[in-house]
Design a protein around this ligand. Structure first.
Ligand code: WTA
Length: 658
């Protein structure tokens, strides 16, 4: 593993909020004992405006017989007040959101005062529709300011938002509505990305035709593109007519620190996506505090996180973290290649962006187009770069550092998960020389451990699975409707620890490198998909009998999807059928579930007890046909040769086509 490290520039260190010594001291103090940890978080909670300050800090036990995770449990607050009202005192006209539209001719600046007014109007309107504290509201939105308005308006009135990524299909949306039993859906007529329209409202209509979605009374529709869409008179209402007459004052709901704030569905290694539940006081304390530390935030920063609001990064580090800090957050509706691959650089220059936070997959796709596009911009406003979502390969890191950042901006490689609510591992900038590909150090209050497959905690340099031995305020509290699955997934494998599902290496300096998922979760372009989910979508196609899905190396996406499929007898394996199956999967889940390779096989490698041996399929999908390891547990080892033949032929064909 490369150990090349990049020292920070003297200018950066001189201006940084945190010194190496401060990090070391604060970190040690924050984990010295549970009392010390409580003291640390009590101090951080001072950064929040509480209606009632908490007197109890943490009450946590990972013991399955007596399990609980509570933070600031007697505190009372409202998150929208923290993100909006309190900034009106000193900075009412500071831009809260800078919105850059799909087309470069469109942008909009929304001040904290304007955002506050709009959130209040929508909050009032939702209350009139009968939405109360604790009710679930599903958001299916494009990247427009109204998406953040809707999240904050839910927080204002105590409703629990469940944002569903606008790239998910009607089916995926419907399933999430059924699980959350939402009363209200907020959407737009259409989404617009790269000058392509996405039929959001039509998808909502389809989703609401599904059995089990009768909980939804109303659909609020934001007018985005203006193309004609069907509106159902009783159920559907336009956003602008609804909020037009509403007051700019909306009494914030008093929330207990442990009241739910949002649900966000994410894929696991088994079954259907799970509703990760985050609560109020701990989440916002963690979002605010980690945002300030990791991005070295100053008052005049213009911060751009490219994540869609449909993912956790769009929640914590586009919306809540920046706004709670009073930081200007940039929201981009479009895609990096429209109108040309120079767009990202142009946006940086246009809005004088100082901190850029994006994903390795985006960096790789820009890198592939060459340097000329990026060099159309000067990017001198940038001072810090960040990355998230998957391990960053050294080539992409180098390019991000030297070309995008001009060799002056540190890169914070941030490791975290939907479940963790906020970043757990990252090099706080100014405190440590960077190693490309390493997430480096634990943040304050986090105790990571590397454990082996028997659950032994390893000391010193080590390779194994990543677990966390304590709790932090931003941690998820449960899986909505399935607390048992929550305990089973995260706290059973290694009793007494939170198990992350990731592998990690700790080097001789004590720095952490994430090596990728160790379970059946695929990380495609930094987005999570469960193999089980993709398999059941393939299985649902009438021509298939059974499928096994594994990850495969992919230049841009990091991980691509390979499907090994057995067809029903009488079906003929041809290119048409394969693209038909792919279309079907994309329709069921969404375009992110694109199958990069489809292998039609006679049988799957199974153990005698009928379990698919994915390890073998992963090797074959990566083009490794020898050294497949122990095959003795296979029920019938002859299936391997047939699969190898299929894979070889396909890969050869693809190579010829490229
Ligand atoms: C992966 C995204 C390596 C990891 C915030 C994790 C990373 C999963 C990094 C969570 C990183 C995230 N380096 N891998 N810096 N950040 N991951 O829930 O496998 O969408 O478990 O949250 O992404 O994905 P999720």
């Amino acid at each position: 593993m490369t150990q090349k490290s990049f020292p920070l520039t003297a200018e950066f260190i001189a201006a940084a909020n945190t010194t190496a010594e401060q990090y070391a001291n604060n970190y040690q103090q924050s984990i010295a004992s549970s009392k010390a940890s409580d003291n640390f978080w009590a101090e951080r909670a001072e950064w929040i405006d509480w209606f009632k300050k908490p007197t109890k800090i943490s009450d946590v036990s990972y013991d399955l017989d007596d399990f609980r995770i509570k933070w600031f449990e007697d505190g009372e607050l409202n998150i929208s007040v923290n993100c909006l009202d309190r900034h009106l005192r000193n900075n009412p006209y500071k831009p809260a959101i800078i919105w850059e539209g799909d087309h470069p001719s469109q942008h909009k600046i929304v001040s904290f005062k304007e955002l506050h007014a709009e959130v209040c109007r929508l909050g009032n309107a939702m209350r009139k529709l009968g939405i109360k504290k604790g009710d679930r509201v599903t958001l299916y939105m494009p990247m427009i300011p109204e998406a953040m308005v809707a999240m904050l308006a839910c927080a204002r009135i105590g409703a629990v938002h469940s944002v569903v990524f606008g790239g998910f299909s009607a089916d995926s949306l419907g399933n999430r509505i059924i699980d959350s039993q939402s009363k209200l859906v907020i959407t737009a007529d259409e989404g617009l990305r790269g000058n392509k329209h996405t039929p959001l409202k039509v998808n909502v209509d389809r989703a609401l035709d599904m059995d089990g979605t009768q909980s939804v009374d109303k659909v609020i529709v934001v007018h985005r593109t203006g193309n004609s869409i069907p509106m159902s008179g009783r159920r559907d209402v336009w956003y602008h007519t609804l909020i037009g007459g509403e007051s700019e004052h909306c009494e914030p709901e008093v929330m207990n620190a442990e009241d739910p704030l949002f649900l966000l569905y994410t894929s696991g290694s088994t079954g259907k996506p799970k509703g990760v539940l985050h609560t109020t006081g701990g989440y916002i304390t963690y979002a605010l505090s980690t945002f300030r530390d990791v991005f070295d935030i100053k008052d005049d920063d213009v911060y751009w996180c490219t994540a869609d609001v449909g993912w956790i990064t769009g929640h914590t580090y586009s919306t809540y973290g920046p706004l709670a800090n009073g930081t200007t957050t940039v929201m981009f509706e479009g895609v990096p290649e429209y109108p040309t691959w120079a767009r990202v650089g142009h946006i940086i220059d246009k809005h004088k962006i100082s901190v850029l936070y994006t994903a390795p997959t985006a960096i790789r796709s820009m890198m592939k187009e060459g340097d000329t596009f990026v060099r159309e911009s000067d990017r001198s406003s940038l001072r810090l770069l960040g990355t998230v979502g998957e391990p960053i390969n050294p080539e992409a890191w180098d390019w991000y550092y030297h070309v995008v950042g001009g060799g002056r901006c540190p890169i914070v490689d941030t490791w975290w998960q939907t479940e963790t609510g906020g970043i757990l591992l990252a090099p706080i900038p100014g405190t440590v020389a960077l190693k490309p590909g390493a997430a480096m150090n634990p943040l304050y209050g986090i105790k990571p451990e590397v454990v082996d497959s028997d659950g032994e905690v390893l000391e010193g340099p080590a390779e194994g699975n990543l677990a966390i031995s304590n709790s932090w305020p931003g941690q998820m509290r449960t899986i909505y409707n399935d607390h048992q699955r929550f305990l089973q997934t995260y706290f059973t494998e290694y009793p007494g620890y939170y198990f992350t599902g990731d592998g990690a290496h700790r080097d001789e300096d004590g720095h952490y490198w994430i090596t990728g998922r160790v379970d059946d979760v695929l990380n495609v372009s930094g987005h999570r998909l469960g193999t089980a989910e993709v398999e059941s979508a393939v299985d649902a196609h009438p021509a298939t009998v059974e499928a096994a899905v594994v990850g495969m190396p992919h230049d841009i996406r990091g991980v691509g999807i390979a499907a090994f499929i057995i067809l029903r007898s009488g079906e003929v394996a041809n290119e048409y059928l394969k693209s038909e199956i792919n279309r079907h999967v994309r329709n069921e889940i969404g375009p992110i579930a694109n199958l990069n390779a489809i292998y039609i096989v006679d049988a799957l490698p199974k153990t005698r007890s009928g379990k698919i041996m994915r390890r073998i399929l992963r090797n074959l999908a990566a083009g490794q046909y020898v050294g497949l390891g122990d095959l003795s547990t296979l029920a019938d080892s002859s299936v391997i040769n047939q699969i190898i033949e299929v894979v070889k032929v396909e890969r050869e064909q693809n190579r010829n086509q490229c």
